[in-house]
Design a protein around this ligand. Structure first.
Ligand code: NAD
Length: 806
């Protein structure tokens, strides 16, 4: 038997408590490929429908009701907690009475029952009675004392016990706070760190065993000082949310929309926990319950879970809905007001979280909004500085907790750096605030920021010293490589970078990474360069999204002006550039992430292999703007159908699902889910750790190169479904029209799509060239560009970000 080290992965886990968090954690463990046992309590009474079915309390269906019910909800949950629907089979439901002994089979037990110390302690006693000597045990508490939970348990248990605080929803929130108890073995903490980071692709921050740990402690304090400042400056709920969202580098949910999502009672619970357990009188005072919240909680206006809180949604007669905001003076709901002011506009116009906040604070320091913003930010910065050493050891831990757990763009110390530490400390002192001694000492020692960079190295602050940030070897950072002078060539839209091992990476960096003439030029230049001097090419970037498609604005302008020759030229250029990538005599691997749509998909399809990050939303969505894919997307779909049909096989059955995918603009809900929409090719794969996608893609390039690479033949022919296939597809389109599912314009687009995918007028089974299909694509695309309804779809998408059905 292999000895267990901190690098030993786990294969089987159990989650106890199948509520919101338990189910979400179980789903994410299943995403990571683990077999999961999900247990809850057996019910003590029957439901009406169970009674009607003649079941009794001994029936396994009844005894497993809670966990099985959670699985049923997971299966339909939107957005999905699972990367792929079939992963649900990795979770086995059960109950704590009948299946307790099965906890011996697992490597890790996660307790996720209700937030009550007595209940958690009971469950941990049960776990201890059956666990193996080496089983890891963790509690998913939001902020109860880990030491109090470990009390009374045996030594072996205490050594293997920690808190793993996942954030909701566990699939999407990167943060896991790891909190050791008094006797936790450091090896256990290291092993769980590795499991969370490597197997689950989470970001781990080690927190101390203090009330609410890091993110909830600072986050809830931030909400309290915001409510206080709101009172002081006489602002409305709408005004506060306009100021505390993206203007401060935080999510759009800002303060009150976020509170409505969390639940106002939950916030009260969180702040009570600090007030009751803090040793610091000033802190206990700061964590007093705001009277506004108490009133709302008394009225059961708890937020989304009770249908109203600071906001409520009102159904409009005739469909649709409106959002109303609570007026805290009158306690009545009023129409939501949009908030504008010169400093908000200045903040909107600024790029990057630091610049946005500076614009908000410093454009006009006499502005009421600016004073409100400064007051809340100042309080959060000072509180974070006071908590350093208390709730976490390093500036990096506090910042990461806020960035990964609350989706802030910058953590408090990063924000402080962006504002200028010296300047803001002077202002705080001038306003009579006490700045923690360590900050004053830090400045007095000649430092001017909490972070610093030297070339590719980044340092954070720990006990009055700069400490170098560790970078995992599998995290290749294009930004750092560019800074270190590894740029090979490039233009305003894309850069080719030397990523080591004689592999180059083409990085898109246009606005939204939309593909225009600059990126296409860079693709062609890169292909020439890689052919001459490199072992292969990776196509990947570190943008918010891999690529949202072709530059639609440019296309719309040309279509409106009737410049169809120009459109023809750019589409040809797109197609030729993709073909050049496909024919490149070096291996090409694409590594998309997040939104990868339309032209973004087409930029991946010429690659020999695609490495999908788990969080990739991938789809040929051109029909949404009244078009069809014309950068090789249709041609590649037709080729995929022919390949799947095999020599002599019938192409049409393989083509139908791909036709549906493109006609209905289907998008994957994850990298794994690309399989469901038919666009995963045999050589492609999905990985859970999106951060290592560039390293993975580089490895794949080197592997292809090592085995001796030759590109696909330019003489290859594609067998098509032909006229007969087209007729079948078009008939299906007509049926959908008759059923009222699609509009006349949808029919027009889908008929053209069918024509291209089936190979135009070629007979069934004919073998056509790639260029023949590309010409069909381009022709159909051009004719659709001239349609006014297509132009209306493009305009609408550009204006609203949403597709128009017309
Ligand atoms: P929940 O109410 O949705 O689920 C709690 C589950 O525990 C239920 O399925 C319940 O049947 C089960 N349970 C109750 N008593 C039990 C017992 N004696 N034995 C076994 N199971 C029992 O709660 P939740 O939101 O999933 O929270 C679970 C834990 O996660 C809490 O400690 C909470 O503080 C923490 N947490 C919650 C969130 C969040 O956003 N909801 C985020 C992070 C952490």
């Amino acid at each position: 038997m292999r000895a267990i080290t901190s690098l030993t992965p786990i294969r089987r886990a159990a989650v106890i408590g199948s509520g919101v968090m338990g189910a979400g954690i179980a789903a994410h463990l299943a995403n990571a490929g683990l077999q999961v046992l999900l247990l809850d309590v057996p019910p003590d009474s029957l439901t009406a429908s169970e009674l009607q079915s003649g079941w009794n309390l001994d029936d396994p269906k009844v005894r497993n009701r809670l966990a099985a019910g959670s699985l049923a909800r997971l299966a339909v949950q939107q957005p999905p907690a699972l990367y792929e629907a079939s992963f649900l089979q990795r979770i086995t439901p059960g109950n704590l009475a009948d299946d307790l002994h099965r906890l011996r089979e697992v490597d890790w037990i996660v307790e996720a029952v209700i937030e009550r110390l007595d209940v958690k302690r009971q469950v941990l006693t049960l776990i201890e009675s059956v666990r193996r000597e080496d089983t890891l045990v963790s509690t998913n508490t939001s902020g109860l004392s880990v030491a109090a939970m470990a009390e009374g348990r045996g030594e072996a248990f205490r050594k293997h016990f920690v808190a793993t605080h996942f954030f909701n929803p566990p699939r999407h929130m990167k943060l896991v706070e790891l909190v050791a108890g008094p006797d936790t073995d450091p090896g256990v903490l290291a092993r769980l760190t590795n499991i969370c980071e490597k197997q689950l692709a989470k970001g781990v921050v080690v927190a101390k065993d203090t009330p609410n740990f890091i993110a909830n402690r600072i986050g809830s304090y931030g909400m309290l000082v915001t409510i206080e400042a709101m009172r002081k400056y006489g602002l409305t709920v709408d005004e506060v949310d306009a100021l505390t969202g993206p203007a401060m580098g935080r999510p759009k949910t800002a303060t009150f929309r976020m509170l409505d999502m969390i639940g106002l009672d939950t916030l009260l619970h969180v702040i009570d926990n600090v007030r009751e357990r803090s040793q610091d009188a000033a802190e206990r005072e700061a964590f007093a319950r705001p009277p506004e919240l108490e009133v709302l909680v008394e009225r059961k206006w708890l937020g989304e879970k009770t249908g109203q809180g600071f906001y409520r949604k009102i159904k409009r007669i005739g469909g649709g809905s409106d959002i109303e905001t609570l007026n805290l003076q009158t306690m009545t709901y009023e129409p939501r007001r949009s908030v504008g002011s010169p400093i908000i506009e200045a903040s909107k116009a600024a790029k990057g979280a630091g610049a946005k906040l500076k614009a908000l604070l410093f454009t006009d320091t006499n502005d009421r909004y600016a004073n409100f913003a400064w007051s809340t930010i100042k309080d959060i910065l000072l509180y974070s500085a006071r908590q350093l050493g208390v709730i976490a050891d390093t500036t990096q831990d506090i910042d990461r907790a806020m960035v990964w757990g609350f989706n802030w763009e910058l953590g408090p110390f990063e924000l402080w750096d962006a504002l200028g530490v010296k300047r803001s400390v002077q202002r705080m002192q001038a306003e009579g605030d006490t700045v923690p001694e360590w900050v004053e000492a830090w400045l007095a020692a000649g430092n001017s920021s909490f972070y610093k960079t030297e070339g590719e190295r980044r340092f954070y602050t720990y006990r009055g010293e700069y400490v170098e940030q560790e970078v995992a070897p599998e995290h290749l950072s294009l930004g750092s490589m560019k800074e270190a002078g590894k740029k090979i060539l490039g233009n305003s839209g894309a850069t080719l970078i030397d990523i080591g091992g004689e592999v180059a990476c083409l990085e898109f960096h246009s606005p939204n990474n939309a593909i225009g003439g600059d990126i296409l030029a860079a693709i062609r230049q890169s292909a020439d360069e890689v052919s001459l001097n490199w072992r292969g090419l990776v196509i990947a970037n570190e943008g918010r999204h891999f690529c949202v498609g072709a530059n639609l604005m440019m296309l719309l302008m040309e279509a409106q002006n009737g410049d169809f020759d120009d459109i023809d030229d750019i589409i040809r250029l797109f197609q030729d550039s993709m073909l050049k990538l496909k024919r490149l005599d070096r291996p090409v691997v694409a590594a998309p992430h997040k939104m990868t749509l339309g032209g973004g998909v087409e930029a991946c399809l010429p690659a020999d292999c695609i490495v999908f990050s788990a969080e990739t939303y991938y789809g040929l969505v051109e029909t949404g703007v009244g078009l069809i894919p014309a950068g090789g997307g249709c041609k590649e779909a037709a080729a995929l159908a022919a390949e799947r049909a095999g020599a002599g096989g019938d192409v049409l059955p393989q083509l139908i699902p791909l036709f549906e995918t493109i006609a209905m603009a289907k998008t994957s809900t994850s990298g794994f889910d690309v399989k469901r929409i038919g666009l995963m090719r045999t050589q492609d794969r999905a990985i859970i750790r999106g951060e290592s996608r560039i390293a993975e893609a580089k490895r794949a390039v080197l592997e292809l190169d090592r085995w001796g690479y030759s590109p696909p033949s330019s003489a290859a022919r594609i067998r098509v479904a032909g006229r007969e296939g087209r007729a079948v597809l078009q008939l299906a389109v007509e049926a959908m029209r008759l059923g009222g599912q699609i509009s006349d314009h949808d029919v027009r687009i889908a008929r053209k799509l069918a024509h291209v995918l089936a190979g135009g007028d070629a007979p069934a089974g004919a073998e056509v060239s790639e260029q023949y299909l590309l010409d069909l694509e381009r022709e159909a695309f051009l004719s659709l560009c001239g349609e006014s309804l297509t132009q209306a779809r493009m305009r609408h998408l550009l204006a609203t970000g949403k597709p128009l059905r017309n």
